[in-house]
Design a protein around this ligand. Structure first.
Ligand code: PEP
Ligand code: MG
Length: 843
């Protein structure tokens, strides 16, 4: 081959210059197989530059390829070779080179019928894909089909079917090169992450025939179960089958010995043994579990191709860990090979991808996992259902704080409204419940107890399956896969922790969540939202009394009833977390969330408070705010009604003393929400210090604590410098910060978020993936100003973004100390933090 041709195309030989960037993954993979001395038929790689020239209509001298037409049966195949196998490419074309002469020769060797079938299949594919003739005219089958197809071609093209193999090949190459440039192909590969201008390489390979005398056939084999990742030979062998062409005596064999029928292992043990040997070698040399495509021609095996085994998430983890344990890849590489989000599938039940899916509606996939249950429309019905031992799915327009018990009693939640950080979504993630929110085409008719989803109508009690991973709601009970928290999962995360610099904590409010956090190895609690504790049945009446108290004394009396409950909650959390840091956020929500919203509830409240209904109604109305999320909540309540924070501080300190006494020392971290001015922090700090002094005095013992600020208003980020002067740590509450930076309601954004994302106004839902340009800048400004004032200050993120891999990488780059996320996201965050560290090691 001369130099010019050497650049135009390259024979795939062990020492040839072939690389993925210029020849594509398939050419590179074939070269590796050739280097392993596997029986790969002669193959040539056309680099991307050649393919581009062909697409542009240039005549290319493909002289070396014509030698292939004089070898063996004189046929070749052409396959796409993009840079990444996921990007696809035009379909493979087989049997290029067949003409009247080779057809006659083939008829003698493999029989007339087989030769006809091969010729026919090529004429059809050439007519449709290269000559672009109407497919309906080339649907011939049975006797006489070949001559009919050849005649149809001649009639349409005014010339006989091309007999020159080189002309056939040039036509095939041109059509594949052009197909890659077409708008549909572009869109398809861009959807899979390919750059718009991703180039294509092509591979031309000498063909062996899988039809004819002796053992002939084609097959694929892989050595791993694609769903579980356990070692297992799977695949198939089709005797007397060549591409889509079936010859006489076609039969599908099992690969391994099987009671149900004959197998390749029995029929051709030496071929089977070769395949197993190839598989072991390919795994070691290609450092991957490969699926091998092979042909058998009269008992002789050839390897045509090998591709990475398609795999489920759980198989992906098992495969990566097994490769590292076998010393084939480094543990760090195993960590890099698993997509953090893929771990979600391992943590929860998952709809079995092999099963049927009867999708009735879809929404935002707010909390992953899958569950099947009967439809209920209220928290009370959910609790009743749980009491009967029946799994139920809570379906609501949106959930409110007093739905929490109903959510606890359900196996999944579906709402018509809301986005990623709406109440239902946040609580469900904390509980590890599958949840879909913002399913905007559902409507609930409470009178007829019916759920309408598009044209489908379902009754209360009907069974549905929530697939919180995809956001789809399915009718009936879908087949499920169990969670896979096995040794491979644990091992991968241990390797991840070895590589990480940033610590991962969990957002946990309840003992159950704290246990989950520990189970997933969170290094502490980064956010305990204490208000959830006030919704408990025991504390809610006292809370309401506190809200209605007329004097500070009455208020204190009510809070004194809550104090022991809070203290007990904190003791439990400290106990479970066993000395790991626990950050307790002081009370945050607006008070009206604790009040009933309907008449019956108001009447009940009037009874329990022994007040006239009108009085209660008036006071509830007086607490109503036009914009409660920007109203009297967070530290503003702490300033306006100081007794609440004082009670909480006392509960925290008394729990600390108790824990220390039990020999489980703890340094609690107290966090002030919704701060916007330094003076707020100063005031709260003075009061909390005073409570600490009082508790030290009462209990005659010492303890330490850290006071910090939740940075979740834009002003707090901008004033982080002077706020830091009073703070041991700053934790960015990116949910509220996103809400306020965009002026976008967390609870209403679901309505139009899809439109915004689809139209490219927002690249992503900013409540889901941190907006690095805007909100991210506030984080960087805040961290920088705080560190100038107090270099040793701890900087963290505790909004929902703390569980999002891209946002975690941002926090790693910014040098934050920890992120805190829902307990069920902890494994994902640990893996994402490790990957960020491996990608950009600390300087
Ligand atoms: C936040 O605002 O980011 C946050 C963590 O607090 P919450 O979601 O409770 O408002
Ligand atoms: Mg907040």
């Amino acid at each position: 081959m001369d130099m010019q041709n050497a650049n135009l195309l390259t024979q795939i030989a062990p020492s040839a210059k072939i690389d993925r960037a210029s020849h594509g993954w398939r050419a590179k993979c074939l070269q590796r197989l050739v280097r392993m001395a596997l029986p790969v038929p002669d193959s040539f790689a056309l680099p991307t530059a050649t393919v581009q020239a062909i697409a542009a209509g240039q005549e290319i001298d493909l002289q070396p390829l014509s030698e292939l037409f004089s070898l063996g049966d004189g046929l070749v195949s052409v396959r796409p070779s993009a840079m990444n196998p996921e990007w696809g490419g035009p379909g493979t074309v087989l049997n290029v080179g067949i003409n009247d002469v080779s057809h006659a020769r083939l008829s003698d060797r493999i029989g007339r019928e087989n030769a006809d079938a091969i010729y026919l299949s090529f004429v059809q594919s050439y007519a449709i894909h290269i000559a672009r003739l109407d497919p309906d005219m080339f649907a011939q089958e049975g006797g006489g089909a070949l001559s009919d197809a050849l005649r149809a071609y001649r009639d349409e093209m005014d010339e006989p079917f091309p007999q020159d193999p080189e002309r056939q090949l040039a036509g095939v190459l041109r059509s594949m090169a052009r197909a890659w440039e077409g708008p549909t192909a572009r869109l398809l590969r861009q959807a899979k992450g390919a750059p718009a201008e991703a180039p294509l390489g092509l591979v031309v390979q000498q063909m062996r025939l899988a039809l004819g005398p002796g053992l002939c056939g084609s097959g694929t084999i892989q050595f791993i179960d694609p769903i579980t990742g356990q070692p297992r030979v799977t695949g198939r062998f089709r005797g007397q089958r060549h591409g889509e062409t079936e010859g006489a005596g076609a039969e599908t064999l099992f690969l391994t010995r099987d009671e149900r029928g004959s197998s390749l292992e029995d029929v051709a043990p030496e071929i089977f043994a070769d395949l197993v040997r190839f598989g072991v070698a390919a795994r070691e040399r290609l450092r991957e579990e490969m699926q091998i495509e092979f042909m058998v021609t009269n008992g002789e095996i050839s390897v045509i191709d090998a591709v990475k085994v398609q795999r489920s998430s759980r198989a992906g983890v098992r495969i990566a860990v097994a490769l590292a344990r076998d010393g084939i890849i480094q543990p760090e590489e195993a960590v890099m090979r698993v997509e953090p989000r893929a771990l979600i599938d391992l943590l929860h039940h998952q709809v079995d991808p092999r099963g049927e899916r009867d999708v009735i509606t879809s929404g935002i996939n707010a909390s992953p996992g899958a569950a099947t249950g009967k439809i209920v429309f209220s928290a009370a019905a959910a609790q009743a259902s749980a009491a009967r031992g029946e799994a139920c799915i809570l379906v609501r327009r949106e959930t409110l704080p007093d739905d929490i018990r109903g959510m606890h009693a359900s196996v999944g939640v579906l709402t018509g409204r809301g986005g990623m950080s709406s109440h239902a979504a946040v609580i469900a993630r904390g509980l590890g419940l599958p949840c879909i929110v913002g399913a905007s085409n559902i409507s609930i008719d409470l009178r007829s107890r019916t759920l309408l989803a598009g044209k489908r109508s379902l009754k209360e009690g009907d069974e549905i399956t929530i697939d919180g991973t995809t956001g789809e709601v399915l009718a009936g009970a879908a087949a499920m896969l169990e969670p896979a928290l096995d040794d491979a999962f644990t091992q991968l995360l241990e390797w991840a922790d070895d590589a990480s610099r940033m610590v991962v904590r969990a957002n946990a409010d309840t003992p159950e969540e704290a246990h989950t956090a520990r189970k997933f190895n969170a290094q502490g609690i980064g956010l305990c939202r204490t208000e959830h504790m006030f919704f408990e049945t025991d504390s809610l009446p006292a809370m309401r009394e506190m809200i209605f108290a007329d004097s500070p004394e009455d208020r204190k009396l009510a809070l004194d009833r809550i104090l022991p409950m809070q203290r007990k909650d904190f003791i439990d959390l400290f106990e479970i977390m066993a000395g790991l840091p626990v950050t307790i956020r002081l009370f945050d929500p607006p008070l009206h969330e604790f009040l009933p919203h309907d008449r019956a509830g108001l009447r009940e409240l009037a009874e329990s408070l022994d007040l006239p209904l009108s009085d209660v109604t008036r006071r509830v109305d007086a607490l109503t705010e036009f914009n409660p999320m920007l109203g009297m909540r967070g530290v503003r309540l702490g300033i306006a009604i100081p007794e609440i924070y004082e009670m909480q501080a006392r509960a925290i300190f008394e729990a600390t003393v108790e824990s220390n006494r039990k020999g489980k020392p703890v340094v609690p971290e107290i966090m002030i929400p919704l701060v916007s001015a330094m003076r707020e922090v100063e005031l709260v700090q003075n009061r909390v210090d005073a409570v600490a002094a009082a508790v030290r005095n009462d209990r005659q013992t010492d303890f330490t604590y850290r006071l910090g600020v939740m940075v979740e208003t834009p002003r707090a980020a901008l004033r982080a410098g002077d706020i830091a002067a009073h703070s041991a740590f700053l934790s960015f509450g990116t949910n509220d910060l996103t809400q306020m930076a965009y002026g976008l309601s967390r609870d209403d954004a679901g309505r139009f978020m899809n439109i915004y994302v689809q139209q490219g106004i927002y690249a992503e839902d900013p409540f889901h993936i941190l907006d690095q340009d805007g909100v991210g800048e506030l984080l960087l400004i805040g961290a920088e100003r705080a560190r100038i004032e107090r270099p040793e200050i701890t900087i963290a993120v505790c909004g929902e973004h703390g569980g999002n891999p891209e946002s975690i990488a941002f926090c790693h780059e910014a040098g934050f100390d920890y992120i805190s996320c829902s307990p069920f996201r902890v494994p994902i965050a640990r893996l994402a933090a490790a990957q960020a560290a491996i990608r950009s090691p600390a300087d």
